[in-house]
Design a protein around this ligand. Structure first.
Ligand code: SF4
Length: 452
């Protein structure tokens, strides 16, 4: 399961290249396959993008401009190739625009076919380019770019947090369900929109507010907010559980606090006698701290992560997968030997990694391994921008909890239930997407019918 992407947009009285570079650095956890930025300068849009991490993509590069957008990508739709990296630019009768997108359109294929019939030519296989052409067409129809964005939103179904660069303005857009986060911040000389508040912190730009679900926020000579669609907010619960950085705040709620609450709830649901609370790094650490504080059992490290592999590390041969877990995570025998261990992680998808980690802990001398999982069992695919569109491999679809426990070799296994998850996040249940857990898809009706 991988993150999606991150978007950024900055309008300043000075060159924005450095700010976009550092802002993207702080959003790198959301995508490591490619990075890019686009700036507006001398009535033109200049773009630089490439495959790789932010640090390598922008080495020895500088683009001039006081308005720009940026993107880091992990592909959820479209192949891993340079053409699909973002920002994407298109030229049309209304000039040119650049777009950066986090999310996934459930009706992207249908929209693309309709746009092709109207003459749009596509150079990528992303739904981001579909959005760009749709906005361009609506702009041409209405004669006003922002109106065109609003009209396009009425036809788009799915998840999208966007930053658009049009002339010297940035237009930030969050879909009516607010699946993916988007925040706005401002200081004396720059205005910033970003996928997560940690980017504002890294730039020293005070957070002002979240971009609301269904809102178009225009950063120009003056700031303009337009609500084009009714707010049916259903923010992705996984942003809190796993995807977002722990120091980010989404829709007014601290991600760190949610993860700590999840750990505390796990303790209350299933206390067990043990000597050490430990985590699968890094995803389980905050919940493990919460569990340890609630239980009084000391927290400590038991597995050391190799931080230089990158999230896209893939073993070259199937038979080397076993070794792969050892290369990524190695147990600390002196901390484990002779102890009863509580091992915390954020979620279980296929169960293969946690099974190998439990083996490693036992081989290092653990007397007992009790597994606690922040997220309730994942049962259904995601159509809103997370890389799990097929449920075939979900272990929770094949086995009941006790069978999973046996399968992974744990002494006990407890997941948070949905009520405890809702309690930990603190948002009203109806304002969250939890479709991968409960099958209640916020866009179920829209997924069935195509846009007219
Ligand atoms: S289905 Fe799951 S992963 Fe996808 S948006 Fe909803 S909560 Fe998030």
């Amino acid at each position: 399961m991988r993150e999606k992407c991150a978007v950024l947009g900055i309008r300043s009285t000075q060159n924005v290249f450095d700010s976009i570079y550092y802002g993207l650095y702080s959003l790198q956890h959301r995508g490591q396959e490619s990075a890019g930025l686009a700036v507006y300068n001398n009535n033109e849009i200049d773009v630089h993008k490439d495959m790789g991490l932010v640090s390598s993509v922008f080495e020895n590069v500088f683009l001039e401009g006081k308005v720009g957008i940026g993107h880091v990508r992990y592909s959820t739709q479209g192949d891993t190739r340079i053409e699909n990296s973002q920002p994407i630019t298109i030229g049309y009768g209304g000039g040119s625009l650049a777009i950066a997108h986090n999310g996934h359109l459930v009706n992207g294929v249908e929209l693309k076919e309709k746009l092709k019939k109207k003459g749009a030519v596509f150079t990528t296989d992303t739904d981001t380019e579909v959005i760009a052409h749709l906005i361009a067409q609506e702009h041409m129809k209405t004669g006003d770019f922002v109106n065109g964005v609003g009209k396009a939103m009425k036809k788009m179904r799915g998840s999208y947090s966007l930053t658009l660069l049009k002339d010297d303005r940035i237009i930030a857009v969050r879909d009516p369900n607010g699946f993916r986060p988007l925040v706005y911040g401002r200081n004396g000389n720059q205005e910033v929109v970003a996928s997560e508040s940690c980017a504002l912190d890294s730039l020293g730009v005070p957070f002002v507010r979240d971009v609301k679900a269904g809102e178009i926020l225009v950063l120009g000579d003056k700031i303009e907010s337009i609500r084009k669609t009714r707010d049916k907010a259903s923010v992705c619960m996984f942003e809190y559980v796993y995807f977002a950085r722990a120091d980010s705040v989404i829709d007014g709620i601290s991600v760190y606090k949610v993860r700590k609450n999840l750990g505390e709830n796990l303790y209350r649901a299933a206390p067990v006698k043990a000597d050490l609370v430990t985590a699968v790094p890094d995803s389980g650490i905050t919940a493990a701290i919460g569990y340890a504080r609630a239980s009084g059992i000391p927290y400590g490290e038991s597995l050391i992560k190799n931080r230089y592999l990158g999230r896209t590390f893939i073993m070259p041969r199937q038979e080397e997968r076993e070794r792969g877990v050892r290369i990524k995570l190695n147990p600390i025998k002196s901390e484990i030997e002779g102890k009863r261990i509580i091992l915390i992680d954020d979620s279980i998808v296929r169960g293969t990694t946690i099974k190998k980690l439990i083996d490693q802990l036992r081989n290092a001398g653990a007397l007992e391994v009790h597994v606690r999982i922040s997220c309730p069992p994942i049962l259904n695919p995601c159509f809103y921008g997370i890389d799990m569109q097929t449920s075939d491999e979900f272990i929770a679809r094949k086995f009941r909890v006790d069978e999973i426990r046996k399968e992974i070799g744990a002494d006990s296994l407890v997941y948070n239930n949905i009520e405890d998850l809702v309690d930990a996040i603190g948002l009203p249940r109806e304002r969250m997407c939890m479709a991968c857990l409960n099958g209640e898809y916020p866009l179920e009706e829209e997924q069935k019918k195509l846009v007219s």
